[in-house]
Design a protein around this ligand. Structure first.
Ligand SMILES: NC(=O)c1ccc[n+]([C@@H]2O[C@H](COP(=O)([O-])OP(=O)(O)OC[C@H]3O[C@@H](n4cnc5c(N)ncnc54)[C@H](OP(=O)(O)O)[C@@H]3O)[C@@H](O)[C@H]2O)c1
Length: 309
């Protein structure tokens, strides 16, 4: 009999990637039935999943009652939490993560796969204390470990789509694409094609549960510097680029409100001590390849996306 996996963020990038990968995988699609969670079952993204045979269930991570119902009967769970952007001081993401962890404990979930990140405050030795969307995820990870839910932590890298969809690479009036960062052109960004590859790392965790329980899997194809990112962008798209290193105040002025400080410190962290605190990606990508998956390179991502630029 197939097991049930409940996927949070089913209508979003990460959960959507997990569902697509399972559906496309010959063995996982036999091993698992999928339940996708959304706050609004009527939205088109939820309806599209229902048409592919995914059970769609309404739940809100802020409601413990809805979570108990959502997790009922689940063998495995994929959990992605999202920050309460624009609401400075909010601990909503931490509360959401703990709520799901508690529900997983209560319902006897066998494998919780959490989309985690590092604790910036700790890894920077207390120098960078304004990156709650990292710190909260690390605290959720710590909480999951402390209550003893069998779990694996998949830490997504910096999204490639940040450059093409979220507008970090900005086209100027002269047609040149500008990348302005508060870090140098040699800083190391671990890039991931999130919509395509998050599912591959999670599928790898599902396929090697007993080997990966308690460990962190780093979900990124490779480390890329801004110089490398722009050089390949030029080669693939034929468009001109320019890198500008700006000072902290100038960078913050691009992003109003508390998010400016948060994104500034997030990028300073990437430069020093590093997005994954200097850890190599080799072990995670070797595991991925062992299970038949290949991570998408920045060049491959650009080839796919260049038509929409
Ligand atoms: N940008 C980067 O480079 C980067 C790097 C690493 C990690 N991240 C992290 O990635 C996360 C975003 O992932 P994503 O891009 O997959 O998100 P996304 O596409 O924005 O989707 C968010 C999902 O979360 C669900 N959701 C939100 N609030 C919920 C709640 N209260 N209860 C239940 N479900 C809820 C939404 O479902 P419904 O709306 O259907 O309810 C939606 O499916 C963020 O935490 C971010 O910090 C980003």
């Amino acid at each position: 009999m197939s097991k049930l996996i409940t996927v949070f963020g089913a209508t979003g990038q990460q959960g959507g990637s997990v569902i697509r990968t399972i559906l496309q995988d010959a063995s996982l699609s036999q091993d698992f039935k999928i339940r996708g969670i959304t706050r609004d079952i009527s939205k088109p993204a939820a309806q599209a999943l229902a048409q592919q045979g995914v059970e769609i269930k309404a739940a809100d991570m802020s409601s413990k009652e809805s979570l108990a119902e959502a997790l009922k009967g689940s063998h495995s769970v994929f959990l992605v939490t999202t920050p309460d952007w624009g609401n400075a001081g909010s601990d909503a993401e931490l509360v959401h993560g703990k709520n799901v962890a508690d529900a997983a404990k209560e319902t006897g979930v066998q494998h919780l796969i959490f989309s985690s990140l590092l604790n910036v405050t700790e890894a920077s030795g207390g120098k960078l204390t304004h990156v709650p969307h990292f710190d909260h995820k690390a605290k959720v990870e710590q909480y999951i470990r402390s209550i003893g839910v069998p779990a694996t932590f998949v830490l997504p890298g910096y999204f490639m789509a940040n450059y093409t969809v979220s507008g970090i690479l900005r086209k100027g009036d002269d047609g040149v694409y500008n990348l302005a960062y508060p870090v140098g052109r040699d800083a190391q960004f671990p890039l991931v094609d999130i919509a395509s590859d998050m599912g591959k790392y999670v599928a790898t965790a599902l396929k090697s549960r007993s080997d990966v329980l308690g460990s962190q899997i780093l979900a990124a194809a490779d480390y890329y510097s801004p110089s490398h990112i722009l050089a390949e962008f030029e080669e693939v798209t034929g468009k001109k680029t320019q890198f500008v290193q700006v000072d902290s105040d100038t960078y913050k002025s691009f992003i109003p409100g508390p998010m400016g400080e948060e994104m500034l410190e997030n990028h300073l962290f990437i430069e020093n001590p590093g997005y994954y605190n200097g850890k190599s990606l080799k072990e995670s990508n070797d595991l991925l390849k062992k299970h038949g998956y290949q991570p998408t390179s920045w060049r491959e991502f650009l080839e796919k996306s260049k038509a929409s630029l």
